[in-house]
Design a protein. Structure first.
Length: 454
């Protein structure tokens, strides 16, 4: 009970500054906590998350809570039942605190909408917590929640984790069921969009992953892949490649430093770590936009048609980009273009997987920049202008390829903003990526909380 009350008290104090939670119910939380306490007093066997207060992105069904995905077009929508992953968390003993803010229909790398407004970064309230899982990242970083669940189609778990100084995992499609997520995962979009855990430590991320992972009939990518224990000797034997940038989009000096620090720490504790950047990343970036922009636009278009005046400025901006992409002079119709992109995706995926036989784990930046000021759309980095859509390409490759990728905080900018690095594995090898990430986190030292004034 004390843990639940402490989190509720913190939400009451800090959520007005952060705007992370959009729906939480004190009595429901305390009722769950009382049941958890009684189970312990009765001597019952309890799960790995017994009594742990968690939050859920408000694009995932939590029975009795709002699941609006930040849009007026779903204002007041209440989930009738738990998504499978939420049911699994409850079965493991978790106390669900409530649901957190997102950009409208999740289509942005910052969190702001016309229903609830913007979410602020606990490291600097004048900056974004990222998107689309920005409410989750802000809540977890500020201690309003012990951990939670986001979703990621182009960096939407990893960019907020990086911006807010926490950990997150984008799993392989099919590893954790997206059933109960809105917009619904299906078709080519199911190959890039996933749900995954977020927490302050990799160990907590691993626990959440193990609870949520597993087959579900509603997951179009589901595969019967059991969670595995990876022996220490196996982890130590995995060669690791790292790269500071992609030679196209520059990253900040502090970002380079964070990647090099990660490589040096792993090298110093016995790993083989070499400079290595796979060929084909630029092709993957371009193909990702065909999936995210074209397929995403096709999914959203019927919902948005006739409601343009009700959309947030951020979604209108995204909608204009997708419409421009579909209107460009090409010989192929959208469906044909998407099929061509799908075939191209399979080819570049094979190309990069062949290269990763030598380096099954990669370390690289999460984004070109740390958390940006609300509303910014371009930045000067190493004498070059980095545009909004280019800054997150470091995440987008791995959505297109379907590779698992974890984020670990590894440094700070000159302004004191956290910088995370990605640890990327091959498909279905989350356990390897998390094991390496865990070693890196241990060598880095303790996690630091943001200097948020209560």
């Amino acid at each position: 009970m004390e843990v639940a009350r402490a989190h509720l008290d913190r939400i009451e104090r800090l959520n007005p500054k952060l705007n992370a939670f959009v729906d939480y119910k004190e009595e429901a939380v305390l009722a769950q906590a009382r049941d958890a306490e009684k189970a312990i007093l009765r001597g019952e066997d309890v799960g790995p998350l017994h009594g742990v207060p968690l939050s859920i992105k408000s694009a995932i069904d939590v029975a009795g809570y709002r699941c609006e995905a930040g849009t007026r077009l779903r204002a007041g929508h209440i989930a009738a039942e738990d998504a499978p992953l939420v049911a699994r968390l409850r079965a493991a003993g978790a106390v669900i605190l409530g649901v957190t803010n997102t950009p409208e229909l999740l289509m942005a790398w910052e969190t702001d909408n016309l229903l609830y407004g913007r979410t602020n970064n606990p490291w600097d309230l004048g900056r974004t917590a990222g998107g689309s899982s920005g409410g989750e990242a802000a809540a977890i970083a500020a201690g309003l929640s012990a951990g939670g669940v986001g979703s990621d189609g182009g960096g939407s778990i990893r960019v907020p984790a990086h911006f807010c100084g926490i950990c997150g995992l984008k799993p392989t499609p099919g590893r954790i069921p997206p059933t109960g997520h809105f917009p619904k995962s299906g078709g080519p979009f199911a190959l890039i969009g996933v749900v995954g855990p977020m927490a302050r430590t990799i160990e907590d991320v691993r626990t959440l992953f193990e609870v949520m992972a597993g087959w579900d009939d509603g997951d179009p990518c589901a595969a019967p892949v059991d969670v595995r224990e990876i022996h220490e000797t196996v982890v130590r034997s995995v060669p690791i490649g790292f790269f500071e940038d992609d030679s196209r989009t520059p990253v900040t000096r502090e970002t380079r430093s964070a990647v090099n620090r990660a490589a040096s720490l792993l090298l110093s504790c016995g790993f083989r770590v070499d400079p290595f950047r796979p060929e084909g990343l630029e092709e993957a970036r371009q193909l990702w936009w065909e999936f995210f922009g074209t397929a995403g636009g096709m999914i959203l278009e019927p919902m948005l048609r006739g409601h343009e005046s009700e959309l947030s400025p951020i979604l209108r901006e995204f909608h204009s980009w997708t419409k421009a992409a579909r209107a460009r002079p090409v010989a192929l119709q959208p469906g044909e273009s998407l099929l061509a992109a799908w075939l191209g995706r399979d080819a570049v995926r094979e190309k990069i997987l062949v290269q990763m036989r030598k380096y099954p784990v990669l370390i690289c930046p999460t984004a070109a920049i740390p958390a940006f000021r609300h509303g910014e759309r371009e930045w000067q980095v190493e004498g070059k202008t980095v545009k909004y859509l280019d800054a997150w390409s470091y995440c987008e490759w791995f959505n297109l390829l379907g590779f698992p990728a974890a984020v670990v905080p590894m440094g700070y900018s000159d302004e004191g903003l956290p910088i995370g690095v990605q640890i990327v594995g091959r498909p279905w090898e989350e356990e390897v990526a998390l094991a390496v990430a865990g070693k890196l986190e241990k060598e880095r030292g303790p996690w630091h909380a943001p200097p948020l004034q209560e």
